[in-house]
Design a protein around this ligand. Structure first.
Ligand code: DGL
Length: 280
């Protein structure tokens, strides 16, 4: 069998669990000719409360696996916590292009809205990294950002609970400082949060625009594929429906497949297991 050309190889994506599927959905829709390999590190989620150097280590291990075993042509870090902790290291070490979700998310809210004061919510790790504060400050248009963590949100999504009284109560508590700050837009700075958009929007009311990084990340990936000559050679020639998607979990594969297919859609029919380097 001939080895695939550089641009025929798949795009790799990863997250601590199911959250990156929000980005995967946008990538699958925008780039229907590209093969995609997605890894959810559900065996080691959540990343948010972990020290940055641990999340960096996990990210490097996953990248190494996706590059050596799946020969990915580009890597999307579909997790804000991992983007904050590891994007620079991944870019230094890998020979393929690496894209995070923080810069595209900030672009989406600053360039795509005229909000003067925005909220950003993310995990404890993302917020503590200061990455969002720095990315907003670096934009050409001055925007005031109120950045807050929402511990607990990720765990609800990972359990498949995206509505109901418990998450409603937690959302009211966690979003109180955002309501207090009277923001015009809220950037969902964790890829799990779009699954809670209905609850979040219900708490904040219709005047606060919710912005996710998923679509903007997919657009940035499409631009990157073009710029680097990495777009699949059959792109635009009716390959849609013939591309391959592969899903991998470091945790319980049956549970990953069941909830993942509910959250992502029909592309996720099965998954296989990755034994991470520290598995007992
Ligand atoms: N989806 C990851 C993020 O965007 C989440 C988190 C976690 O595992 O805590 O930050």
């Amino acid at each position: 069998m001939r080895s695939p050309q550089r641009n025929e190889r798949p795009i790799g994506m990863f997250d601590s669990g199911f959250g990156g599927l929000t980005v995967a959905r946008a990538v699958l829709d925008l780039l229907p000719d590209e093969d995609v390999v997605y890894l959810g590190d559900t065996g080691r989620y959540p990343y948010g409360p972990r020290p940055a150097n641990e999340v960096r280590q996990f990210s490097l291990e996953i990248a190494e696996y996706l590059v050596t075993t799946h020969d990915v042509k580009a890597l999307v870090v579909a997790c804000n916590t991992a983007t904050a902790a590891a994007l620079d290291d991944l870019r230094d070490r890998l020979k393929i292009p690496v894209l995070g979700v923080i810069a595209p998310g900030v672009r989406a809210v600053v360039e795509g809205t005229d909000a003067q004061r925005i909220g950003v919510i993310g995990t404890v790790g993302t917020v503590a990294s200061g990455s969002y504060q720095a990315a907003v400050a670096a934009m050409p248009r001055p925007v005031e950002a109120i950045v807050r963590s929402c511990p607990g949100f990720v765990e609800f999504v990972e359990r498949g609970v995206t509505d109901g009284p418990e998450i409603q109560i937690l959302a009211e508590r966690m979003l109180a400082p955002i309501i207090e700050a009277d923001v015009q837009a809220l950037l969902l700075g964790c890829t799990h949060y779009p699954y809670l958009a209905r609850v979040i929007s219900g708490v904040l009311g219709p005047d606060v625009l919710l912005v996710s990084s998923a679509d903007e990340t997919a657009f940035a990936l499409a631009d990157l594929m073009q710029a680097e000559g990495l777009a699949h050679p059959d792109a635009g020639r009716g390959r849609r429906g013939h591309r391959t998607t592969e899903f991998i979990s470091s945790g319980d594969v049956a549970a990953f497949t069941q909830l993942g297919s509910r959250l992502l859609g029909p592309e996720l029919v099965d998954a296989h297991h990755w034994r991470h380097p520290h598995a007992p």
